[in-house]
Ligand binder design. Structure first.
Ligand code: F0G
Length: 355
């Protein structure tokens, strides 16, 4: 079936055979997944590689989190939950709030105060979640929600929840289906390290099932100021403009390192300048608007290519995890300003063509 035909079909139905679903599992869905895989012609030519991006920002709430959240929410309902909770740098809270609203569950989210993008905050609020902002970072928020979920009947839907990864692994299936097999390399941003772990599971399971023949090298990228896996230690005060991956103590860190190791890939850090440069280039040269954290996958690819990590012509997929519209403040700050003119033809002509 074509991507167009698949779009709108619940992800749980599409990949039922690969998911721990029972007859009792309700299907809570908004038509997530089946996102486009787009070739970047200019970047491919420039890097002498075959570069594609997976546009996960086209999911219902604008990020890859919907893949895992539809499934985690379905299982929470199956298990009788009436409330869910998560810590979040923004996207998980948006997805949890939306899918909880759809499932009729109450939702609480804990976010790092002042450190999530405007669009994500707007989403969590309008979907009706109870939003708590802590005077701390994501790692603090996660510590608190873990304890709350142990002491109260409220289901944790962070990527500690195994169903989140089960849902998210379906993106790897789609990449294989779109390309006819797994790519040579997958470049992906790493925050709490759930998504890279999920992709690795997905590539492994697809090959096991005979639906693909090989496995990609998994290359994970963290922001320089929040790079615990690169440094090999917890970062107590993570900092980066890429707020979605501003995480100093990733819960799935070990699993992610294993994936990168087993696949002969690796982990590296990219600076905020490298991230923003890739972010602007993707929009202005390829017409692809992702959020800054997502651009770290492309920034990492560019850095790795400069270090000679690829053979010419290799096929690379970069995961663009979230939609650029999530973070209008960064987009505006990174762009040329608006030119204000009087409402007259001559003024417009002068502004565009000079005197
Ligand atoms: N990209 C975006 C846009 C994200 O929102 C996240 C994580 C990641 C990449 C990293 O994925 O954590 O699985 O390694 N966002 C989480 C959140 C932490 O709360 O929304 P990861």
């Amino acid at each position: 079936m074509s991507t167009a035909a698949l779009r709108g079909m619940p992800l749980i139905e599409r990949y039922r055979d690969f998911l721990p679903v029972t007859d009792a599992t309700p299907v809570i869905s908004m038509g997530e997944g089946a996102t486009p895989l787009v070739r970047l012609d200019k970047l491919s030519e420039c890097l002498e590689l075959d570069v594609h991006v997976k546009l996960e920002g086209l999911n219902p709430t604008g990020s890859f989190k919907d893949r895992g959240m539809c499934f985690a929410m379905s299982k929470a309902v199956e298990e009788g939950a009436t409330a869910v909770i998560c810590a979040s740098t923004g996207n998980t809270s948006a997805a949890a709030a939306a899918y909880a609203a759809r499932a009729g569950l109450t939702c609480a989210v804990i976010i790092p105060g002042g450190k999530i993008a405007l669009g994500k905050l707007a989403q969590a609020l309008i979907y009706g979640a109870k939003v708590l902002a802590v005077d701390g970072n994501f790692d603090d928020a996660l510590r608190i929600v873990r304890e709350l979920s142990e002491n109260h009947p409220i289901a944790l839907v962070n990527s500690l929840n195994p169903y989140r990864l089960e849902g998210q692994k379906t993106a790897a299936f789609e990449v294989c289906d779109a390309l006819g097999d797994a790519p040579d390399v997958l470049c992906i941003p790493v925050g709490n390290a759930g998504n890279i772990s999920a992709y690795w599971m997905g590539f492994g399971e697809y090959r096991q099932a005979g639906r693909s023949t090989r496995l990609p090298r998994m290359m994970g990228f963290q922001a320089d100021g929040s790079a615990p896996l690169v440094r090999g230690e917890v970062v107590t005060s993570p900092e980066t403009i890429a707020t979605a991956i501003r995480i100093g103590n990733p819960v799935r860190g070990e699993q992610a390192l294993q994936a990168m190791n087993d696949s002969a890939g690796g982990v590296d850090a990219v600076t905020d300048d490298e991230i923003l440069s890739a972010y602007r280039m993707l929009a202005a040269s390829e017409g692809v608007f992702c959020e800054p954290s997502s651009a770290s996958s492309v920034a990492g690819l560019i850095k790795a290519q400069a270090a000679g990590r690829f053979t010419p012509g290799e096929r690379v997929v970069c995961v663009l995890t979230g939609n650029g519209l999530k973070d209008p403040d960064t987009a505006i700050a990174q762009s040329g300003g608006v030119i204000e003119i009087p409402a007259q033809y001559a003024a417009a002509e002068k502004a565009l063509y000079g005197d």
